[in-house]
Ligand binder design. Sequence first.
Ligand code: GAR
Length: 203
Amino acid sequence: KTPVAILLSGRGSNATALIEACARPDFPARICLVLSNKPDAPGLDMARAAGLETVAIDHRLYKKDREAHERAVDAALQKAGAEVVCLAGYMRLLTPFLTTQWAGKMLNIHPSLLPVFPGLHTHERALDAGVRIHGCTVHLVTEGMDEGPILGQAAVPVLPGDTAEGLAARVLRQEHRLYPDVLRRYLTKSPASTPAEAALLVA
Ligand code: GAR
């Protein structure tokens, strides 16, 4: 099993989905570390309760020096023996230091069908734009925010009368399916062979 580290900043529901997938004997990854920039992130408590190694590296202790914070994050990743990093609600802009260090080995999940709606408030923006299909994306991390080669997407229809909360909840359910599925395909180097696999389209 490939040692994978998870970086998170909050709730950790995607981290939970990855941890549950890794608990299956036939899944090609094991979680070697769950790291947060927020010491009080609920996701850290969840990971600790699951018996996983956790560490908090509080970005506020590094003043405005983003790279110094990332050097500490990277040292923790190396120490844990991570070979792949999954960002799961890690709400920090990364500097070229970390993106270069982990080029091709760092995945992110984002709650929109990239390249539309990078950044924050994706569900509100999807509703404002009037799109009929919304969703989520797993991609390799490069220097630009929410950019980088797309590894998989799941589509979620926007329903009449949808609220941002309702839409967010339906997208989140698909995030929890998509991320483990894409990680498995990424680690086993088995690209999706059918359109249905490539885009987990929700009816
Ligand atoms: C998820 O919806 C994830 O896609 C999003 O933050 C949420 C974290 O929830 N990530 C981004 O917006 C990254 N740009 P979680 O902590 O319950 O997994």
